[in-house]
Design a protein around this ligand. Sequence first.
Ligand code: PXP
Length: 237
Amino acid sequence: MIHLGVNIDHVATVRQARRDIEPDPVAAAVMCELAGAHGITIHLRSDRRHIQDRDLHLLRKVVKTKLNLEMAATDEMVEIALEVKPDQVTLVPEKREELTTEGGLDVVSHEKQVAAAVSRLKEGGIPVSLFVEADHEQIEMSKRVGGDAVELHTGSYANAKTDAAQSGELQRLIGSGRQAVAAGLRVHAGHGLTYRNIIPIKQIPKLHEVNIGHNIVARAVLVGLDRAVREMLELLK
Ligand code: PXP
């Protein structure tokens, strides 16, 4: 079964809109786990626009499945990860002004910085996934810098405007999945995945984990988090 990591950043976004104490992402994490989610994903951004350090520390204590910390490959974040010890780190690019993570991490151009971060995290016993585009060189480099997994960026697939474009993007993801498996990397996928576009994604070979945030939280606002998580799990079966 493909594992579902629910990204709860946008529960914190609603809280931060008022700089208040509710809704609490820690409560959301518990509800996701009770609904059957296989993991909880959060992105601690350098500007702390949604998830706060307090959330990370509490989630480390509360999450019983798998806590996946998305973060930039910076010294500040590596120090935090080594202290808190999430079950997995996913390295992502981060520009302060962007609304969300816009492209994959360019492991080829930032080989030294990424390799150094991966090596420190792995010395600390934390498995590392690299969020990359479905691109041959990026995947090859992800292996070379010591990554355990790649999270294939599904944004272009999600944003494709025609069936033909979507099918082309899907083929690219399938090819990259094959390449990653052959290189001995675990295969994850994420970004822009929805209840409407998730089914074809299951064709990615040996897909182990998907990380889905915005669309699950969006549905949860209307139908509740328990139902929103269960409905996504049903589609992943
Ligand atoms: N995976 C990664 C690496 C991400 O950066 C994000 C967005 O924070 C997601 C998955 C979730 O994307 P979405 O909110 O579009 O489902």
